[in-house]
Design a protein around this ligand. Structure first.
Ligand code: ADP
Ligand code: ZN
Length: 433
């Protein structure tokens, strides 16, 4: 049996979704044009007026917004309504520079929380669940978004926020949490901490995890699922569009359904801005179809992704996006070769390591260097058939096969790489410092 939070819209026929989008985009463009002088200027410059937008296909005529626009317009330049109509701000985690501040009306909060509720129900959540939310609360959108979604579903909500892992574990066990929401790196840390305290995967009451806010690989999913004894679902979002819940995974666990009644997604060629057909890899662009406080049109996320509209066995009809393959600005160019941190994670986990690693890039004598530090696992320590230098050589060779370039590998003692309670810092690029 399939469960949906809002079945009519989540399983609506494609024609119905397009009809909704057609209707909303016409209204929304007019709303933004009339209320956001910053964007009106961009439209005027491009020679496009609200009258030119008659259906969702016309969206191609609109100018893009970039993170630079958001910085330039900080703090009120992209506000869509009077501050007196807004009830909340949230802010980005500042992973890639100056923070962005987003504004929400009560209507915006309601629709955001509904999107999160859809994600929780898709992961099997009902009002009988105990939902432990270990994303940070505060300016970061993770905690507040899932908190609101959990209320809407009627779960008993544990607003833990991140950190204080002892208390996380105590509440998880004492209150029999059944759903865990946090970053995948924090989930891995919680799993490790449970094991250290002698708990086996079957000792906890968790059945599902809703993990997102940072890139994670399929290998990491398998490892978390095994170590916590759960199904791990991906969830995606960004402050600029509202927060988590822009898209979420269903039981198929093969890509995230985008809440298309609220967010219109496009994939573009990041160099030319050309819109690419479904199935192509490119930069993800979002348009909020009905937000009031911070109504961004054609916002370039810099996340690299693929969209598919193949039929999904869960019955949902909304377009799916693959796991973002890192941000375009996450991509490292090392000795001229494009390297994504996720490729390195895949090799490490396939070779039996845990996701406790750090990537250090530097430039020595005008040549880029790539160093990968990874912790040995306790099991490997007790296995004497392979020495450290052999293990390092194996990783060097497997990384070379994946990346096409040579990395220096350092296997380090357990517990020497800092654990993350929020978004993990995996890469230190000293060339930028
Ligand atoms: P910041 O840009 O400072 O990290 P946010 O907290 O708004 O600000 O984070 C949004 C970004 O986090 C997205 O653009 C994306 O790069 C990343 N992200 C969010 N969810 C996921 C996910 N499930 N998988 C991969 N990356 C994700
Ligand atoms: Zn599905």
């Amino acid at each position: 049996m399939h469960n949906y939070y809002q079945p009519e819209i989540e399983t609506a026929p494609r024609e119905k979704i397009i009809e909704i989008q057609n209707e909303k985009i016409v209204k929304q463009v007019r709303y933004v044009y009339n209320n956001v002088p910053y964007y009106k200027k961009l439209m005027d410059k491009q020679g496009v007026s609200p009258d030119d937008i008659k259906s969702i296909d016309d969206i191609k005529k609109l100018p893009f917004l970039t993170k630079d626009d958001l910085r330039e317009a900080y703090p009120y330049g992209l506000l869509g309504t009077d501050l007196k109509n807004c009830v909340r701000i949230q802010s980005t985690s500042g992973t890639t520079g100056r923070r962005v501040v987003a504004f929400y009306t009560q209507h915006d909060i309601d629709l955001w929380e509904e999107c999160c509720a859809r994600a929780i129900v898709a992961a099997g959540g009902t009002n009988e669940d105990v939902c432990q939310i270990s994303y940070g609360y505060g300016l970061f959108t993770g905690g507040p978004g899932l908190n609101g979604g959990s209320h809407k579903v009627g779960c008993l909500t544990l607003p833990m926020s991140s950190g204080n892992t002892d208390r996380q574990i105590q509440f998880m066990m004492d209150l029999k949490a059944t759903i865990l929401c946090c970053t995948p790196s924090y989930a891995a840390y919680i799993a490790e901490s449970l094991a250290e305290r002698g708990y086996k995967p079957e000792d906890n009451h968790l059945k599902a995890g809703i993990f997102g806010a940072e890139p994670w690989t399929e290998e990491m999913r398998k490892s978390i699922e095994k170590n916590l004894g759960i199904k791990a679902y991906d969830i995606y979002g960004l402050t600029e569009t509202s927060g988590p819940g822009v898209s979420f995974e269903c039981e198929e666990q093969s890509g995230m359904h985008i809440n298309e009644d609220h967010f219109y997604a496009e994939i573009i060629n990041p160099n030319t801005g050309e819109v690419l057909p479904d199935g192509s890899k490119g930069e993800l662009v979002f348009t909020s179809l009905d937000k009031q406080g911070f109504p961004l049109l054609r916002y370039r996320t810099r996340d690299i992704c693929i969209l598919t509209r193949e039929k999904c066995s869960c019955g949902r009809t909304h377009v799916k996006m693959c796991k973002p393959m890192g941000r375009s600005d996450d991509m490292l160019i090392i000795r001229g070769v494009n390297v994504f941190p996720s490729q390195i994670e895949t090799v490490l986990l396939n070779d039996g390591y845990a996701a406790n690693y750090q990537i250090i890039v530097d430039r020595v004598n005008n040549t880029d260097t790539l160093d990968v530090n990874v912790e040995i696992t306790p099991e490997m320590l007790s296995d004497t058939t392979m020495g450290i230098s052999e293990r390092e050589a194996q990783l060097v060779s497997d990384l070379k096969a994946m990346l096409g370039i040579k990395a220096k590998v350092h296997i380090v003692e357990p517990k020497t790489i800092a654990r993350s309670e929020g978004k993990a810092v995996r890469v230190i690029d000293k060339r930028k410092i």
